[in-house]
Design a protein around this ligand. Structure first.
Ligand code: SF4
Length: 436
Protein backbone atom coordinates (compact mmCIF):
# COMPACT_ATOMS: atom_id res chain seq x y z
CA UNK A 1 0.00 0.00 0.00
CA UNK A 2 1.36 3.47 -0.92
CA UNK A 3 1.77 6.01 1.86
CA UNK A 4 1.06 9.73 1.80
CA UNK A 5 2.51 12.42 4.05
CA UNK A 6 0.81 15.85 4.22
CA UNK A 7 2.43 18.87 5.86
CA UNK A 8 0.01 21.72 6.56
CA UNK A 9 0.67 25.46 6.76
CA UNK A 10 -1.73 28.36 7.23
CA UNK A 11 -5.26 28.59 8.57
CA UNK A 12 -7.76 26.10 10.00
CA UNK A 13 -9.31 25.81 6.54
CA UNK A 14 -6.07 24.22 5.37
CA UNK A 15 -6.08 21.84 8.37
CA UNK A 16 -9.61 20.81 7.35
CA UNK A 17 -8.55 20.48 3.70
CA UNK A 18 -5.64 18.19 4.67
CA UNK A 19 -8.16 16.00 6.52
CA UNK A 20 -10.22 15.99 3.34
CA UNK A 21 -7.20 14.95 1.26
CA UNK A 22 -6.47 12.08 3.66
CA UNK A 23 -10.11 11.05 3.10
CA UNK A 24 -9.85 11.30 -0.69
CA UNK A 25 -6.53 9.49 -0.90
CA UNK A 26 -7.60 6.91 1.70
CA UNK A 27 -10.49 6.08 -0.66
CA UNK A 28 -7.92 5.60 -3.44
CA UNK A 29 -5.91 3.12 -1.37
CA UNK A 30 -3.28 5.35 0.25
CA UNK A 31 -2.29 4.95 3.90
CA UNK A 32 -1.23 7.90 6.02
CA UNK A 33 2.46 8.44 6.82
CA UNK A 34 3.51 10.66 9.73
CA UNK A 35 7.13 10.82 8.57
CA UNK A 36 8.16 12.02 5.09
CA UNK A 37 10.99 9.47 5.06
CA UNK A 38 8.35 6.70 5.01
CA UNK A 39 6.12 8.26 2.36
CA UNK A 40 5.73 7.55 -1.36
CA UNK A 41 3.85 10.84 -1.78
CA UNK A 42 4.72 14.06 0.05
CA UNK A 43 2.30 16.97 -0.18
CA UNK A 44 2.75 20.44 1.28
CA UNK A 45 -0.57 22.21 1.87
CA UNK A 46 0.29 25.88 1.57
CA UNK A 47 -0.79 29.40 2.48
CA UNK A 48 -0.41 32.40 0.16
CA UNK A 49 -1.45 35.18 2.52
CA UNK A 50 2.10 36.40 3.24
CA UNK A 51 5.27 36.26 1.21
CA UNK A 52 7.37 34.78 4.04
CA UNK A 53 4.97 31.79 4.27
CA UNK A 54 5.64 31.08 0.58
CA UNK A 55 9.41 31.44 0.97
CA UNK A 56 9.31 28.96 3.83
CA UNK A 57 7.50 26.44 1.64
CA UNK A 58 10.08 26.77 -1.12
CA UNK A 59 12.83 26.13 1.45
CA UNK A 60 10.89 23.18 2.83
CA UNK A 61 10.61 21.62 -0.64
CA UNK A 62 14.39 21.44 -0.72
CA UNK A 63 14.40 19.54 2.57
CA UNK A 64 11.61 17.15 1.57
CA UNK A 65 13.32 16.43 -1.73
CA UNK A 66 16.02 14.56 0.23
CA UNK A 67 13.46 11.84 1.04
CA UNK A 68 12.45 11.37 -2.58
CA UNK A 69 13.18 7.98 -4.16
CA UNK A 70 12.55 7.07 -7.81
CA UNK A 71 8.79 7.04 -8.41
CA UNK A 72 8.01 9.14 -5.33
CA UNK A 73 5.94 12.28 -5.76
CA UNK A 74 6.52 15.72 -4.21
CA UNK A 75 3.56 18.07 -4.55
CA UNK A 76 2.41 21.54 -3.60
CA UNK A 77 -1.31 21.92 -2.88
CA UNK A 78 -3.42 24.71 -1.40
CA UNK A 79 -3.41 28.48 -1.86
CA UNK A 80 0.21 28.96 -2.99
CA UNK A 81 -0.31 26.20 -5.59
CA UNK A 82 -3.43 27.99 -6.80
CA UNK A 83 -1.72 31.40 -6.88
CA UNK A 84 1.34 30.32 -8.85
CA UNK A 85 -0.16 27.46 -10.86
CA UNK A 86 2.02 25.69 -13.45
CA UNK A 87 4.64 28.48 -13.05
CA UNK A 88 5.54 26.80 -9.75
CA UNK A 89 6.69 23.71 -11.69
CA UNK A 90 9.12 25.91 -13.61
CA UNK A 91 10.25 27.81 -10.56
CA UNK A 92 10.88 24.78 -8.35
CA UNK A 93 12.21 21.90 -10.50
CA UNK A 94 11.93 19.34 -7.68
CA UNK A 95 8.12 19.72 -7.57
CA UNK A 96 6.12 17.14 -9.58
CA UNK A 97 2.59 18.23 -8.80
CA UNK A 98 0.68 21.51 -8.27
CA UNK A 99 -2.99 21.28 -7.24
CA UNK A 100 -5.36 24.04 -6.10
CA UNK A 101 -8.10 23.78 -3.45
CA UNK A 102 -10.93 23.13 -5.94
CA UNK A 103 -9.11 20.26 -7.68
CA UNK A 104 -8.45 17.81 -4.84
CA UNK A 105 -10.99 15.38 -6.29
CA UNK A 106 -8.43 14.70 -9.07
CA UNK A 107 -5.52 14.32 -6.68
CA UNK A 108 -5.16 10.52 -6.85
CA UNK A 109 -5.16 10.54 -10.69
CA UNK A 110 -2.66 13.40 -10.81
CA UNK A 111 -0.40 11.62 -8.31
CA UNK A 112 -0.55 8.57 -10.59
CA UNK A 113 0.61 10.67 -13.56
CA UNK A 114 3.35 12.33 -11.53
CA UNK A 115 4.52 8.94 -10.25
CA UNK A 116 4.87 7.87 -13.90
CA UNK A 117 7.24 10.76 -14.52
CA UNK A 118 4.94 13.58 -15.70
CA UNK A 119 4.92 17.00 -14.09
CA UNK A 120 1.26 17.98 -13.69
CA UNK A 121 -0.96 20.76 -12.36
CA UNK A 122 -4.67 21.45 -11.91
CA UNK A 123 -5.68 24.85 -10.64
CA UNK A 124 -9.13 25.19 -12.22
CA UNK A 125 -11.85 26.77 -10.11
CA UNK A 126 -14.97 24.67 -9.59
CA UNK A 127 -17.42 26.88 -7.78
CA UNK A 128 -19.82 24.00 -7.15
CA UNK A 129 -17.23 21.92 -5.29
CA UNK A 130 -17.97 21.07 -1.63
CA UNK A 131 -16.45 17.56 -1.50
CA UNK A 132 -19.80 16.60 -0.02
CA UNK A 133 -19.35 12.88 -0.61
CA UNK A 134 -15.81 12.75 0.84
CA UNK A 135 -15.54 11.90 4.54
CA UNK A 136 -12.52 13.72 6.00
CA UNK A 137 -10.05 11.64 8.02
CA UNK A 138 -9.53 13.54 11.26
CA UNK A 139 -7.19 13.04 14.19
CA UNK A 140 -9.38 11.41 16.84
CA UNK A 141 -10.30 13.80 19.65
CA UNK A 142 -13.11 15.72 21.30
CA UNK A 143 -12.93 18.70 18.90
CA UNK A 144 -13.35 18.91 15.12
CA UNK A 145 -13.33 21.46 12.32
CA UNK A 146 -16.30 21.37 9.95
CA UNK A 147 -16.06 23.37 6.74
CA UNK A 148 -19.44 24.98 5.98
CA UNK A 149 -18.42 27.48 3.30
CA UNK A 150 -15.61 27.79 0.77
CA UNK A 151 -14.34 30.82 -1.16
CA UNK A 152 -14.92 34.55 -0.60
CA UNK A 153 -16.94 37.23 -2.42
CA UNK A 154 -15.37 40.14 -0.53
CA UNK A 155 -12.48 41.91 -2.17
CA UNK A 156 -10.35 43.34 0.64
CA UNK A 157 -7.57 45.04 -1.29
CA UNK A 158 -4.72 43.35 0.62
CA UNK A 159 -6.08 39.81 0.40
CA UNK A 160 -5.14 37.06 -2.04
CA UNK A 161 -7.81 34.63 -0.79
CA UNK A 162 -10.56 35.47 -3.34
CA UNK A 163 -8.00 34.70 -6.08
CA UNK A 164 -6.88 31.40 -4.53
CA UNK A 165 -10.15 30.02 -3.20
CA UNK A 166 -12.63 31.38 -5.72
CA UNK A 167 -16.27 32.35 -5.27
CA UNK A 168 -18.13 31.95 -2.02
CA UNK A 169 -20.33 28.88 -1.74
CA UNK A 170 -22.10 27.28 1.22
CA UNK A 171 -22.87 23.65 1.95
CA UNK A 172 -26.50 22.67 2.51
CA UNK A 173 -27.53 22.97 6.14
CA UNK A 174 -28.81 19.37 6.19
CA UNK A 175 -25.40 18.10 5.01
CA UNK A 176 -23.56 20.05 7.71
CA UNK A 177 -25.95 18.79 10.39
CA UNK A 178 -25.52 15.20 9.19
CA UNK A 179 -21.73 15.50 9.43
CA UNK A 180 -21.91 17.06 12.89
CA UNK A 181 -24.27 14.30 14.08
CA UNK A 182 -21.80 11.67 12.81
CA UNK A 183 -18.99 13.43 14.68
CA UNK A 184 -21.07 13.53 17.87
CA UNK A 185 -21.81 9.81 17.53
CA UNK A 186 -18.08 9.11 17.41
CA UNK A 187 -17.30 11.14 20.57
CA UNK A 188 -16.73 14.71 19.35
CA UNK A 189 -18.49 17.26 21.55
CA UNK A 190 -17.07 20.55 20.21
CA UNK A 191 -17.21 21.66 16.57
CA UNK A 192 -15.70 24.73 14.93
CA UNK A 193 -17.59 25.80 11.82
CA UNK A 194 -15.20 27.09 9.17
CA UNK A 195 -15.67 29.55 6.36
CA UNK A 196 -13.75 32.47 4.87
CA UNK A 197 -16.57 34.79 5.98
CA UNK A 198 -18.45 32.16 7.90
CA UNK A 199 -21.36 34.31 9.08
CA UNK A 200 -22.31 35.18 5.50
CA UNK A 201 -23.18 31.47 5.16
CA UNK A 202 -26.33 30.99 3.08
CA UNK A 203 -27.34 27.75 1.39
CA UNK A 204 -30.15 29.36 -0.60
CA UNK A 205 -32.70 28.66 2.12
CA UNK A 206 -30.91 28.92 5.45
CA UNK A 207 -28.61 31.61 6.82
CA UNK A 208 -25.92 31.47 9.49
CA UNK A 209 -28.47 32.01 12.28
CA UNK A 210 -30.33 28.87 11.15
CA UNK A 211 -27.05 26.97 10.94
CA UNK A 212 -26.00 27.90 14.49
CA UNK A 213 -29.36 26.85 15.89
CA UNK A 214 -29.36 23.56 13.93
CA UNK A 215 -25.79 22.57 14.81
CA UNK A 216 -26.29 23.60 18.44
CA UNK A 217 -29.32 21.29 18.63
CA UNK A 218 -27.39 18.16 17.58
CA UNK A 219 -27.39 15.68 20.48
CA UNK A 220 -23.95 15.30 22.08
CA UNK A 221 -22.64 18.66 20.82
CA UNK A 222 -21.87 20.82 23.84
CA UNK A 223 -19.81 23.52 22.18
CA UNK A 224 -20.04 25.33 18.85
CA UNK A 225 -17.38 27.77 17.67
CA UNK A 226 -16.96 29.45 14.28
CA UNK A 227 -14.26 31.27 12.37
CA UNK A 228 -13.70 33.72 10.71
CA UNK A 229 -16.73 36.00 10.68
CA UNK A 230 -16.99 39.32 8.84
CA UNK A 231 -17.98 42.14 11.22
CA UNK A 232 -20.99 43.46 9.30
CA UNK A 233 -22.50 39.99 8.87
CA UNK A 234 -23.40 39.93 12.57
CA UNK A 235 -27.05 40.67 11.85
CA UNK A 236 -29.62 40.83 14.61
CA UNK A 237 -30.75 37.33 13.57
CA UNK A 238 -27.23 35.94 13.98
CA UNK A 239 -26.68 37.59 17.36
CA UNK A 240 -30.09 36.36 18.56
CA UNK A 241 -29.20 32.82 17.43
CA UNK A 242 -25.90 33.04 19.33
CA UNK A 243 -27.77 34.23 22.41
CA UNK A 244 -30.43 31.52 22.15
CA UNK A 245 -28.10 28.59 21.40
CA UNK A 246 -26.53 27.38 24.63
CA UNK A 247 -23.77 25.48 22.83
CA UNK A 248 -22.39 28.60 21.09
CA UNK A 249 -19.26 29.53 23.01
CA UNK A 250 -18.60 32.95 24.53
CA UNK A 251 -15.75 33.83 22.21
CA UNK A 252 -15.75 35.63 18.87
CA UNK A 253 -12.78 36.14 16.59
CA UNK A 254 -13.71 39.42 14.89
CA UNK A 255 -11.09 40.61 12.38
CA UNK A 256 -10.86 44.43 12.34
CA UNK A 257 -7.55 44.94 10.41
CA UNK A 258 -7.25 48.65 11.33
CA UNK A 259 -8.70 51.23 13.72
CA UNK A 260 -8.54 54.02 11.14
CA UNK A 261 -11.47 54.76 8.83
CA UNK A 262 -9.12 56.04 6.14
CA UNK A 263 -7.13 52.78 6.19
CA UNK A 264 -10.30 50.67 6.33
CA UNK A 265 -11.54 52.49 3.20
CA UNK A 266 -8.29 51.77 1.36
CA UNK A 267 -8.51 48.15 2.47
CA UNK A 268 -12.11 48.05 1.14
CA UNK A 269 -13.30 46.76 4.48
CA UNK A 270 -17.01 47.52 4.44
CA UNK A 271 -17.36 49.14 7.86
CA UNK A 272 -16.10 52.11 9.83
CA UNK A 273 -14.44 52.06 13.22
CA UNK A 274 -17.74 53.18 14.71
CA UNK A 275 -19.76 50.46 12.96
CA UNK A 276 -17.23 47.87 14.14
CA UNK A 277 -17.52 49.11 17.73
CA UNK A 278 -21.30 48.89 17.45
CA UNK A 279 -20.94 45.20 16.55
CA UNK A 280 -18.66 44.76 19.56
CA UNK A 281 -21.26 46.42 21.80
CA UNK A 282 -24.05 44.28 20.34
CA UNK A 283 -22.09 41.09 21.02
CA UNK A 284 -21.17 42.14 24.55
CA UNK A 285 -24.78 43.06 25.37
CA UNK A 286 -26.17 39.79 24.02
CA UNK A 287 -23.50 37.39 25.32
CA UNK A 288 -22.34 38.14 28.86
CA UNK A 289 -18.66 37.40 29.39
CA UNK A 290 -17.90 37.09 25.65
CA UNK A 291 -14.20 37.39 24.82
CA UNK A 292 -13.00 38.98 21.60
CA UNK A 293 -9.92 38.40 19.51
CA UNK A 294 -9.04 40.08 16.25
CA UNK A 295 -6.64 40.34 13.29
CA UNK A 296 -4.70 43.55 12.65
CA UNK A 297 -2.43 44.59 9.78
CA UNK A 298 0.07 47.41 10.31
CA UNK A 299 2.00 49.27 7.64
CA UNK A 300 -0.77 49.09 5.02
CA UNK A 301 0.07 51.45 2.11
CA UNK A 302 -0.51 55.06 3.11
CA UNK A 303 -0.88 54.33 6.84
CA UNK A 304 0.30 57.43 8.71
CA UNK A 305 1.54 57.53 12.29
CA UNK A 306 -1.74 59.13 13.36
CA UNK A 307 -3.75 56.40 11.60
CA UNK A 308 -1.64 53.72 13.26
CA UNK A 309 -2.30 55.35 16.64
CA UNK A 310 -6.03 54.99 15.93
CA UNK A 311 -5.40 51.24 15.77
CA UNK A 312 -3.52 51.37 19.08
CA UNK A 313 -6.40 53.21 20.74
CA UNK A 314 -8.90 50.67 19.38
CA UNK A 315 -7.24 47.89 21.42
CA UNK A 316 -8.40 49.57 24.62
CA UNK A 317 -11.71 50.78 23.23
CA UNK A 318 -12.77 47.36 21.92
CA UNK A 319 -11.03 45.77 24.93
CA UNK A 320 -9.70 42.85 22.89
CA UNK A 321 -8.61 39.75 24.77
CA UNK A 322 -6.13 38.82 22.06
CA UNK A 323 -5.01 39.84 18.59
CA UNK A 324 -3.12 38.25 15.71
CA UNK A 325 -0.90 41.03 14.41
CA UNK A 326 0.84 41.22 11.04
CA UNK A 327 2.99 43.50 8.98
CA UNK A 328 1.38 44.21 5.61
CA UNK A 329 2.72 41.82 2.96
CA UNK A 330 2.22 42.91 -0.65
CA UNK A 331 0.69 40.11 -2.72
CA UNK A 332 1.05 40.30 -6.46
CA UNK A 333 -2.37 40.41 -8.13
CA UNK A 334 -4.16 42.17 -5.27
CA UNK A 335 -5.40 45.77 -5.70
CA UNK A 336 -3.31 47.07 -2.77
CA UNK A 337 -0.02 46.61 -4.64
CA UNK A 338 -1.12 49.46 -6.92
CA UNK A 339 -1.63 51.84 -3.98
CA UNK A 340 0.97 54.55 -3.44
CA UNK A 341 2.89 55.54 -0.31
CA UNK A 342 4.21 52.16 0.72
CA UNK A 343 5.28 52.24 4.37
CA UNK A 344 9.03 51.53 4.76
CA UNK A 345 9.69 48.11 6.27
CA UNK A 346 11.53 49.55 9.28
CA UNK A 347 8.57 51.79 10.13
CA UNK A 348 6.10 48.90 9.77
CA UNK A 349 8.31 46.67 11.96
CA UNK A 350 8.53 49.34 14.64
CA UNK A 351 4.73 49.80 14.58
CA UNK A 352 4.24 46.04 14.83
CA UNK A 353 6.45 45.91 17.96
CA UNK A 354 4.48 48.73 19.57
CA UNK A 355 1.17 47.10 18.68
CA UNK A 356 2.24 43.72 20.09
CA UNK A 357 3.24 45.40 23.35
CA UNK A 358 -0.16 47.10 23.68
CA UNK A 359 -2.03 43.88 22.82
CA UNK A 360 0.02 41.84 25.30
CA UNK A 361 -0.38 44.39 28.08
CA UNK A 362 -4.14 44.39 27.60
CA UNK A 363 -4.26 40.57 27.57
CA UNK A 364 -2.02 40.35 30.68
CA UNK A 365 -4.23 42.80 32.58
CA UNK A 366 -7.44 41.01 31.60
CA UNK A 367 -6.06 37.52 32.26
CA UNK A 368 -4.64 38.49 35.67
CA UNK A 369 -8.19 39.54 36.58
CA UNK A 370 -9.46 36.07 35.64
CA UNK A 371 -7.25 34.21 38.12
CA UNK A 372 -9.56 32.75 40.79
CA UNK A 373 -12.55 32.43 38.44
CA UNK A 374 -14.19 29.04 37.87
CA UNK A 375 -14.73 27.97 34.24
CA UNK A 376 -15.95 24.89 32.43
CA UNK A 377 -12.90 23.35 30.72
CA UNK A 378 -12.93 20.76 27.94
CA UNK A 379 -9.76 18.65 28.27
CA UNK A 380 -8.34 18.41 24.73
CA UNK A 381 -4.93 16.69 24.68
CA UNK A 382 -1.59 16.23 26.46
CA UNK A 383 0.40 19.46 26.76
CA UNK A 384 3.82 19.57 25.11
CA UNK A 385 5.67 19.68 28.43
CA UNK A 386 5.32 18.77 32.08
CA UNK A 387 3.04 15.73 31.85
CA UNK A 388 -0.01 18.01 32.04
CA UNK A 389 -3.19 18.08 29.97
CA UNK A 390 -4.29 21.04 27.90
CA UNK A 391 -7.89 22.20 28.06
CA UNK A 392 -9.91 25.15 26.86
CA UNK A 393 -12.59 27.32 28.45
CA UNK A 394 -15.69 28.35 26.54
CA UNK A 395 -14.07 31.78 26.33
CA UNK A 396 -11.16 30.19 24.40
CA UNK A 397 -8.53 30.39 27.13
CA UNK A 398 -6.02 27.55 27.34
CA UNK A 399 -5.69 25.87 30.73
CA UNK A 400 -3.01 23.42 31.90
CA UNK A 401 -4.40 20.76 34.22
CA UNK A 402 -2.83 17.99 36.26
CA UNK A 403 -4.99 15.18 34.87
CA UNK A 404 -4.16 11.82 33.24
CA UNK A 405 -4.21 11.43 29.42
CA UNK A 406 -7.42 9.43 29.82
CA UNK A 407 -9.14 12.72 30.77
CA UNK A 408 -9.14 13.87 27.12
CA UNK A 409 -12.74 14.60 26.16
CA UNK A 410 -13.91 15.24 29.72
CA UNK A 411 -15.50 18.46 30.94
CA UNK A 412 -14.47 19.78 34.34
CA UNK A 413 -15.24 22.81 36.41
CA UNK A 414 -11.84 24.32 37.07
CA UNK A 415 -10.52 27.22 39.07
CA UNK A 416 -7.91 29.29 37.22
CA UNK A 417 -4.97 29.30 39.61
CA UNK A 418 -2.37 31.32 37.70
CA UNK A 419 -1.46 32.79 34.32
CA UNK A 420 1.63 33.39 32.25
CA UNK A 421 -0.25 36.28 30.67
CA UNK A 422 -1.76 34.12 27.95
CA UNK A 423 -2.09 30.51 29.19
CA UNK A 424 -3.58 29.55 32.58
CA UNK A 425 -2.92 26.87 35.13
CA UNK A 426 -6.03 25.40 36.68
CA UNK A 427 -7.33 22.95 39.24
CA UNK A 428 -10.47 20.84 39.11
CA UNK A 429 -12.93 22.07 41.74
CA UNK A 430 -15.66 19.45 41.50
CA UNK A 431 -15.73 15.83 40.37
CA UNK A 432 -16.06 15.26 36.64
CA UNK A 433 -19.24 16.82 35.26
CA UNK A 434 -19.47 14.61 32.26
CA UNK A 435 -17.38 11.98 30.58
CA UNK A 436 -18.14 11.44 26.94
S1 SF4 B 1 -13.20 38.88 3.76
FE1 SF4 B 1 -11.43 40.04 2.98
S2 SF4 B 1 -9.72 39.33 4.30
FE2 SF4 B 1 -11.36 37.80 4.53
S3 SF4 B 1 -10.88 36.21 2.99
FE3 SF4 B 1 -12.34 37.65 2.02
S4 SF4 B 1 -11.06 39.16 0.95
FE4 SF4 B 1 -9.71 38.06 2.42
Amino acid sequence: MKRVYIETYGCQMNVADSELMFGLLGGAGYARADDPAEADVMLVNTCAVRDNAEQRVIGRMGELQRHKRPGDVLGVVGCMAQRLGPALLERVPRVDLVVGPDAYRNLADLIGLAGAGRRVSDTSFRDWEHYEDVPPVREPGPTAFVTVQRGCDYRCTFCIVPYTRGAERSRRLADVVREVAELAASGTSEVTLLGQTVNSYHDGTHDFADLLRAVGAVGGIRRVRFTSPYPTEFTLRVVEAMEATAAVCEHVHLPVQSGSDAVLRRMLRRYTRRAYLEVVARLRAAIPGVTLSTDIIVGFPGETEAQFEETLSLIAEADFDDAYTFKYSAREGTPAVRLHDHVPDGVAAERLDRLIEVVRANARRKNAGRVGQVHEVLVERPARRGGLMLGRTRTNHLVLLDLPPSAAGEYHRCRLTGTTGSTFTGAVVTPTLAVL
